[in-house]
Ligand binder design. Structure first.
Ligand code: GUN
Ligand code: ZN
Length: 442
């Protein structure tokens, strides 16, 4: 991987960061904002974040200054399918038909390492251009698809999790493994990648319908015996899928119980979507310290349903909650776009997503869901120097509209409503500027 210990770095910009969940405590106490801020970085970590003062800039430090810009912690995309980048926007169907028609055919191409590498490069370039500095992705059933993803993440210095998809039924034969093969291949991949650089492995049964109970059990055993790894899968995304799971697993109490019986519900378990859940399942997720990942643009695109974000983030019944693009069912890599979709999901539920809650969700909230909130998600000393720099004058409408914004909260609302990838001026991972919109090739 590249040497990420850059020279010492100083960045001057407006700086936004969160110390806590603004839905669970007084928002004013959670938000840190410096209209003229300074961030100092050494060896990939933040050493200072606070008001700018010229005499605080160390002699010899590289100095980056951004005007009309807002620096935040790098965004986190906690649920995405890098392998589906080539089918983003393939429309017209609900989940199960969409999987058969678009997803399974493209995923077969990832048996080829070179194809996987090409798509991994495209994927990470898109994520960085969107201000995303941590990704948690599904690969395909092929181990080389995982190698390609982690190789590229390591080359860039990005913090990244992923796993080989496990499927041993209800999918094309070319995309199926077996209980033993899936276990063995995943184990080898864990040995090769987990804990290397900033990388972590996630045991990845795609979802209950495409794994036999025996495969889920094997996934649970692997998860239990592999220290520090994650588990990711899909949960209750659509009503038809919930019904199918009921038929396939008649002895289980509900969808989550299918995973629970296999030892797949606990800390570091990530459940994508989690829309059609009973209060029992919410309670069990909370009690187990598991996380759900809200993927609103995907949920709109496939017509899956309206996730209960307010319930998940509330002070009374909090569940670790992250944000995901879910590309290729998701329609954008940009967390700003994803947040505006989250706002609309809440609106359709008769609720309001506060802008501070939205930006918290895309940064510290997702880090908390991943049990990484001591390393990423904040602009604070000791944290990894992962940043997104948002351009408040990215286009005429944004610039002029923001002249009328009367508060930080309004500015953030406008950013997530009008903003997209083009608003990302620069992205840093571990103190290195890996994306510079105005100087491509950096
Ligand atoms: N459920 C099982 N597989 C998938 C997938 O690839 N995308 C989405 N959105 N849901 C799924
Ligand atoms: Zn998904």
């Amino acid at each position: 991987m590249r040497d990420r210990r850059s020279t010492r770095l100083a960045i001057r910009a407006a700086v936004l960061s969160y110390d806590d969940n603004p839905c669970a405590t007084d928002p004013a106490a959670c938000v840190r904002y410096e209209s003229d801020g300074l961030v100092l970085v050494a060896d990939g970590s933040i050493t200072y974040a606070g008001p700018f003062a010229a005499d605080r800039v160390p002699a010899g430090a590289e100095f980056h200054e951004y005007r009309d810009a807002l620096l935040t912690a790098g965004f986190i995309d906690a649920h995405v399918h890098y392998a589906q980048t080539p089918v983003i926007g393939a429309c017209g169907m609900q989940l199960l038909e969409w999987l058969e028609t678009y997803v399974f055919p493209i995923e077969q191409r990832y048996e080829n390492l070179e194809f996987s590498r090409t798509m991994a490069r495209l994927f990470f370039a898109q994520e960085l251009a969107a201000g995303v500095t941590t990704t948690v992705s599904y690969c395909t059933v092929h181990p080389v698809s995982v190698d390609a993803y982690f190789e590229e993440a390591a080359r860039l210095g990005v913090r990244a999790g992923a796993g080989k998809v496990l499927m041993d039924r209800n999918a094309p034969a070319m995309l199926c493994d077996t209980v033993q093969r899936g276990y063995d291949e995943s184990k080898r991949l864990i040995a090769r990648w987990h804990g290397r650089d900033r990388l972590f492995y996630a045991v990845t049964p795609r979802f209950a319908p495409t794994s036999t109970p025996a495969q889920l059990e094997a996934a649970g055993a692997l998860f239990a015996e592999s220290s520090g790894v994650y588990m990711q899968t899909h949960l209750a995304e659509t009503r038809a899928e919930v019904e199918w799971v009921r038929e396939l697993f008649p002895d289980s109490e509900d969808y989550l119980d299918v995973y629970d019986r296999a030892g797949l519900v606990g800390a570091r378990c990530l459940f994508g979507h989690a829309i059609h859940l009973s209060s029992r399942q919410w309670h069990r997720l909370r009690q187990a310290g598991a996380a759900v990942v809200h993927c609103p643009s995907s949920n709109f695109f496939l017509g899956s349903g309206l996730f209960d974000l307010r319930g998940a983030l509330s002070a009374d019944t909090p569940v670790r909650t992250a944000l995901g693009s879910d590309v290729g069912a998701g329609t954008s890599f940009s967390p700003l776009v994803t947040l505006s979709e989250a706002y609309k999901v809440a609106a359709l539920r008769g609720e309001t997503l506060m802008a501070h809650a939205a930006f918290y969700l895309a940064t510290l909230g997702s880090a908390h869901a991943l049990y990484l909130d001591d390393r990423i998600g904040r602009v604070a000393p000791g944290y990894d120097a992962d940043f997104a720099v948002l351009d408040l004058a990215a286009n005429v409408l944004l610039r002029e509209r923001l002249r009328f914004a009367g508060s930080l909260e309004e500015t953030l609302y406008v950013l997530m409503t009008l903003g997209d990838q083009s608003c990302i001026r620069a992205t840093y991972v571990a103190g290195r500027r890996v994306y510079d919109r105005d100087n491509p090739g950096v």
